[in-house]
Write a protein that binds this ligand. Structure first.
Ligand SMILES: Nc1nc2c(ncn2[C@@H]2O[C@H](COP(=O)(O)OP(=O)(O)O)[C@@H](O)[C@H]2O)c(=O)[nH]1
Ligand SMILES: [Mg+2]
Length: 212
């Protein structure tokens, strides 16, 4: 039988050479790209949309809506008076690390009235980043409680805002009573490299927490 036909039957054409030689990681079955899901949580206005936007390599999907007077009583804007929009469903972005680790980022809506979505959002996630603003630490309690109760590994990332008092990670750990084995770090959601550090720390922590 004609060998070209039999090769084609297996989807391999001997007539077509790949443009570039395959990289070692592409042929090593132990290093197939891994896609993971990460949830980004925290209070209203803490910087979740900013985080997803600063690292995503695809145009982040956002579901921002202009805030209206109807939400004046529920969405507290005292700390972020310049904020005009709010995430009504979620943020979504993607980042590839080290060639073969693809992280899909899902930002949660901060407002309590959207909490019915959380159980769906965390399904299949390897872990969560809980963002904290030191001016409003208590806003991250609901997220901390949620991840503690469902057992999802998480790290705490303090997003310092201009003009807010600087704190050491250990001060924040104490204030929020975060257990010792959980990473607490200072991050700037506007800086890609800073967000990547946080994401890597979460991936490492999630691997540590995974039973053998
Ligand atoms: N100074 C400062 N402003 C920030 C930082 N992160 C976010 N912001 C601003 O804070 C506001 C709220 O951020 P946003 O990402 O929309 O918060 P979300 O409600 O958690 O999605 C926006 O106006 C951001 O530009 C930060 O690290 N430092
Ligand atoms: Mg948002």
């Amino acid at each position: 039988m004609d060998s070209v036909v039999s090769d084609a039957a297996f989807g391999v054409s001997p007539l077509v050479e790949p443009d570039e030689p395959l990289q070692p990681w592409q042929t090593d079955p132990g290093r197939a790209p891994i896609a993971t899901k990460i949830v980004v949580a925290g209070g209203f206005g803490v910087g979740k949309t900013t985080l997803v936007t600063s690292v995503s390599e695809i145009t982040p999907l956002q579901t921002e809506a202009l805030m209206t007077e109807a939400s004046e009583e529920t969405d507290d804007l005292t700390a972020t008076p310049e904020k005009l929009t709010t995430t009504v469903a979620m943020d979504f972005g993607r980042i590839t690390l080290d060639d073969d680790l693809v992280l899909y980022l899902f930002g949660t809506p901060g407002q309590q009235r959207f909490w019915f979505m959380w159980d769906d959002l965390v399904r299949g996630a390897i872990g969560a980043v809980v963002m904290a603003d030191t001016r409003r630490l208590k806003d991250c309690f609901p997220a901390l409680d949620y991840f503690e109760s469902c057992g999802l590994p998480y790290v705490v990332a303090v997003n310092h805002f201009d003009g807010s008092e600087r704190f050491e990670p250990e001060d924040v750990r104490e204030a929020l009573t975060i257990p010792r084995h959980i990473p607490v770090m200072i991050m700037d959601a506007r800086r890609r490299i800073s967000v990547i550090e946080t994401l890597l720390s979460l991936v490492g922590h999630a691997l540590d927490e995974t039973p053998e």
